[in-house]
Every structure is written in C-alpha cells, then in structure tokens.
Design a protein around this ligand. Structure first.
Ligand code: KMH
Ligand code: ZN
Length: 279
C-alpha cells in the first residue's frame, strides 16, 4: 500500500564549511529556525549533525544533548542524530552519540570510499551500534551507500534481530563519489534487494549533488520516501546555489503532492516507523 511521503531534512552535514556555504545552519539558533520552518513546510524527521563555536563538525555530547532537548521543545520533528559524524571521528565518539537520547540515529551498513576519504564502518562497529540502539529503544535509520550494504543489513538482522519497535527503515544515499551512483538503475536494484528484508521495510532516498532531483523523482515513483537538505545538495540548478534548506524541503513537498503522496506529519511518520506517538 502506498502511503504519504516521509520527508527527512538533513540541513547541515559534516562536509561543508560555513565560510563556503553561508546559508548552512551551524549554530543551535540557526538549526532551530531551520527545523521549525522545515516542519511547517512538511518535514517530519531531522537528521542532525552539529558544529562547534568555530562551525567545525563536533560530536560533543553536551552540545548533542542540548540540541536534542531544544529540538524536542521547539518542534514535533523526529530527531535523528548522525552517528556517522565526520570521516575523521573515532568510533567511541560515534557510539557515544546515542547517550544524547535521540528518537532515531543513523547506522551505516558498511565502509565506503567518500571522495578522497574513507567512511569507515567495520562489522563489529555496526553490530555495536545496532545492539546499543536495540537496548535503548532508539530506531536506526540504516544508511545504504552501496548495494552490498543491504546484504550486510540482512546479515545483521538475521544474527542480532530487529530494531526496537520492530520496524526496519533504510535510506539510500546515492551519488557519493565512491558509493553507488544516483541513477534509476541503482535505485531499482536497491528496491529489488529489499525483498530479502522483513516485510514492511520502508525506504527513503537522497541523491548527492546533481543526482538530487532524479533520485527524488525516482524514489517517489518507486513508493519510497525522501531525504533532502544542504548536507547532500548545495546547488539548486546549474549556476544557482541552494539558498536554504526550506527551498529544498519545499521542492520535495511539491513533488510529493504531485505524486499524490502528500507529506506525512511527524505523528503520521511515528506511526509509519513504529515509534511511540506520545512523547
Ligand atoms: N558525514 C559522513 C561521513 C551519517 O550521518 O550517518 C557520514 C554521514 C552519514 O553523514
Ligand atoms: Zn549525515
């Protein structure tokens, strides 16, 4: 059954510098304003990376806790903290992100070349993230950068069981230099591979850079959900930088409405994902 569209906004990421991208939300105030505006437009989930006072990526636990609390107080969005962090972040710090108590957290299903860097996700680390989230009732969003990551997810679920709440949600991150391309063919291959995962598994997709729009349209057409935001997309059209995360969320909302699958509210998204509705 096709449902409405779950829209996740990933407003900041860890890869872009504020000096290069002035519209990037890096302070807590900027993040809160973005979150409120994106929620009003139709986002239901916020995928969060935070920055320090110099706008550098950080996994500082105090800041993460304050960010989760502020987003809860000021929005109804589902807060999904990134455990991916920046490519340089140590595993211990990435695991400690869960101590900030988010409703959701990302959980990447394998190592991938990441431009000139390597985004390292060893099997033992994946298991540790997955089982800690199980114990704490945090819903993972399994990040899939390549087709083989879905095989890893199957192995993980077979050996260690379903996430807390029982619902499996994956996000295809497409077009990273080193990962799968942001093409319809790659998306279809991923969607077909979902048949090896539990019935009812849901997926969203995001295309990095110029694959943003094709992936957005293909995901909607395939019954999937959407992730958009300045973590993944900094160019609106040829020669035109993205002006704000709101611009990207508005585009996703428009496409979802065109597809007759309007945006899910945060409450509807919680129902879809098997999260407790009352907080
Ligand atoms: N910043 C990338 C190295 C995630 O948030 O879980 C990893 C990333 C994935 O963004
Ligand atoms: Zn991220």
């Amino acid at each position: 059954m096709t449902t409405g569209t779950l829209i996740t906004v990933a407003p900041t990421g860890a890869e872009s510098a504020k000096a290069d991208v002035p519209a990037l939300p890096v302070t807590l105030d900027e993040l809160l304003l973005t979150a409120k505006e994106c929620e009003a437009l139709g986002a239901a989930v916020i995928h969060v990376h935070i920055r320090d006072d110099e706008a550098r990526p950080t996994l500082d636990l105090g800041r993460l806790r304050a960010t989760v609390a502020a987003l809860r107080e000021n929005t109804d969005l589902i807060v999904q903290l990134s455990t991916g962090g920046a490519v340089t972040d140590p595993e211990a710090d990435r695991l400690a992100v869960l101590d900030a108590g988010p409703e959701m957290a990302s959980c990447t299903m394998g190592t991938v070349n990441f431009g000139d860097d390597v985004f390292l996700n060893r099997w033992e680390f994946i298991v540790e993230l997955h089982t800690r989230m199980q114990d704490r009732g945090i819903l993972p969003e399994y990040e899939i950068f390549d087709l083989g990551h879905l095989a890893t997810l199957r192995r993980l679920l077979d050996r260690y069981g379903l996430p807390a709440g029982g619902h499996v949600h994956v996000d295809f991150v497409m077009g990273v230099p080193g990962g799968m391309p942001g093409t319809i063919e790659a998306l279809v291959a991923c969607v077909q591979a979902l048949r090896d995962l539990p019935a009812g598994t849901t997926f969203s997709a995001t295309g990095i850079g110029r694959s943003s729009v094709p992936v957005l349209l293909a995901s909607l057409a395939a019954g999937g959900h959407l992730r958009v935001g300045m973590e993944d997309t900094l160019t609106w059209a040829k020669g035109r930088p993205v002006e704000s995360n709101m611009q990207l969320v508005a585009r996703a909302v428009g496409a979802a409405q065109l597809a007759q699958r309007p945006p899910l509210s945060p409450a509807q998204a919680r129902e879809l994902l098997g999260l407790a509705v009352a907080r």
